[in-house]
Design a binder for this molecule. Structure first.
Ligand code: AMP
Length: 225
């Protein structure tokens, strides 16, 4: 079983790849953004507190995220592995995740960084549509739904998320540069970071992640033996 983190700027395809990888490996795909949006929709206290930050494209404060993730990661389906998407997003969050893993005597198998050029990111985010019901992600040019604005999986409405308005996208990219990019060095120092070209197509990216993660996993097992 594997524990992996997918890292990359908004629009790098983390969600799509993480979901495909989770299915192939039969491990949960845990996306902090999806968990937050579910809380917003259900009108929970967390959702109410997180929403203003999300609407502005800023990060939700670490303590709210850490409580939410700690609860999610302690659920039975997450005990034998997971793909994390959107978490950690700050060095403090990465340190908290490390501390949690140390406590239970586990470690991450790999942190996969999806590299995508800035103009490609802008194009992807502008055309992105998300299912309001099941959160499946589409793109009007590269991954359209069969019927316009209708989810292939659950027939829900496809919408443009509030935080995909151009000015909010700008903030999210800035926040990524300032607060999340430092994680690359954090994980490079731990020799966990693996880089992948995020523009080679979903199937190729998933195959490449599997290859890298498989290799990292085998190396970790060897070290233990
Ligand atoms: P995402 O779907 O991953 O792009 O997340 C959408 C929004 O949720 C982000 O712009 C943040 O406001 C918030 N968010 C998601 N994950 C985190 C996190 N790990 N730390 C702080 N804020 C987060």
């Amino acid at each position: 079983m594997i524990r992996i983190v997918l890292l990359g700027p908004p629009g790098s395809g983390k969600g799509t790849q993480a979901s495909a990888l989770g299915r192939r490996r039969s491990i949960p795909h845990i996306a902090s953004g999806d968990l937050l949006r579910a809380n917003v929709r259900e009108g929970t206290e967390l959702g109410r507190r997180a929403r203003p930050y999300m609407d502005r494209g800023e990060l939700v404060p670490d303590e709210l995220i850490l409580d939410m993730m700690s609860e999610r990661l302690s659920q039975p389906d997450a005990q034998e592995g997971y793909v994390l998407d959107g978490f950690p997003r700050t060095v403090a969050q990465a340190e908290a995740l490390d501390a949690r893993l140390r406590e239970i005597g586990r470690e991450l198998d790999a942190v996969v960084y999806l590299r995508v050029p800035e103009e490609e990111i802008q194009r992807r985010l502008a055309g992105r549509r998300t299912c309001a019901a099941c959160y499946a992600v589409y793109h009007v040019d590269t991954m359209p739904s069969e019927k316009e604005d209708v989810c292939d999986k659950c027939s829900g409405d496809l919408i443009r998320r509030d935080d995909e308005a151009p000015e909010v996208i700008h903030t999210r990219l800035e926040v990524y540069e300032e607060q999340t990019r430092p994680l690359l060095d954090f994980y490079r120092r731990q020799e966990l970071l693996r880089e992948i070209d995020g523009t080679i197509g979903v199937d190729n990216v998933v195959r490449e992640i599997e290859r890298l993660v498989g290799a990292a996993h085998a190396a970790a097992q060897e070290q233990k033996a």
